[in-house]
Write a protein that binds this ligand. Structure first.
Ligand code: URA
Ligand code: URA
Length: 297
């Protein structure tokens, strides 16, 4: 049965509304890029140039040619067939090996700048493929206070700096309330690349990126650390407890080198924008941190 163009555009509108609700609010490229297909093609090419005939190559032969050939084919199969067939085993899914590599690379960094360069060159996190910029840090790396959020959003991705959007403006006002600004605080995120459409980073993406932020904390060596919101608290304090229970109580972040850094989990500014009544709780946490820093100096 034919679908009328009215039905068709109603379907499209629904799909767009669904995307908007899911946070997919911008186009990164004019044409959609199928990263899975790209990596499948790369592997197919690799397999084709390998001396022995692997499964990918056999699949190609069966499909009537190489993925790059545009010569007329006798086979009735559509040109895209080899890629589709190769998809299940060829997806560029990050895995434990990337997390192990990240740990090794992070450990090798002897300065924050070296760490930044290492992260810029790191290809093991798929979030990098869709991000415009890496977001490393803002503020003063020599500050006694370090704040760690979750991941860059749209504004941060565009500017390459953490907390520059609405959440960041609120964070700046909170810092000002304890007499601080970005010259007296160092700010970073657990994840340095914006997840597409602001989706939550996957546990594996967090696992891959965690060694970098841990090394960043270790090299910045703040006297006090604040984790902003649930994901950052869970990642850096290695806890499953929720932020509403964790906030306001001192914990310790333990670096790879065994340094214990007093850490205050607090509510995330984005959460405070949605739940302004809880600003007083965050306010208390920041005052507590300021008092502790005053007593340490
Ligand atoms: N939210 C975060 O967790 N980090 C940012 O940099 C911006 C918003
Ligand atoms: N959930 C979060 O992720 N962060 C908060 O600050 C509060 C609830």
């Amino acid at each position: 049965m034919a679908v009328s163009s009215n039905e068709h555009s109603a379907g499209l509108r629904e799909l767009l509304a669904f995307y908007a609700e899911a946070g997919v609010d911008e186009c990164l490229l004019d044409e959609p890029a199928d990263r899975f297909a790209e990596s499948a093609q790369a592997r197919t090419r690799q397999a084709a140039s390998a001396p022995s005939s692997g499964p990918a190559q056999r699949r190609e032969e069966a499909a009537g040619g190489s993925g790059e050939s545009h010569a007329p084919r006798k086979s009735f199969l559509p040109a895209a067939q080899p890629v589709v067939a190769a998809r299940p085993q060829a997806a560029a899914v990050p895995d434990g090996a990337q997390a192990a590599l990240a740990r090794e690379l992070a450990r090798s960094a002897t300065s924050l700048e070296e760490l930044r360069q290492i992260m810029l060159a790191f290809e093991g996190c798929n979030l990098k493929a869709t991000a415009k910029n890496m977001v490393f840090a803002d503020g003063n790396p020599g500050a006694d206070l370090m704040l760690v959020g979750e991941a860059p959003g749209r504004d941060e991705d565009i500017e390459g700096l953490p907390f520059v959007g609405r959440s960041g403006q609120l964070l700046d006002r909170i810092l000002a309330a304890i007499g601080r600004d970005r010259t007296s605080a160092y700010i970073a995120n657990v994840i340095p690349w914006r997840p597409p459409g602001n989706r939550d980073p996957s546990p594996m993406e967090t696992e891959i990126c965690r060694p970098f932020i841990e090394r960043q904390i270790e090299l910045a060596a703040p006297k006090v650390l604040m984790t902003l919101g649930n994901p950052s608290t869970k990642a850096l304090l290695r806890t499953q407890e929720g932020i509403t229970k964790m906030r306001g109580k001192w914990r310790e972040h333990i670096t790879a080198g065994g340094v214990h850094i007093p850490t205050m989990p607090t509510l995330h500014p984005a959460y405070l924008l949605r739940t302004p009544a809880h600003k007083r709780l965050a306010w208390r946490d920041f005052l507590e941190v300021q008092a502790r820093l005053a007593s340490l100096s």
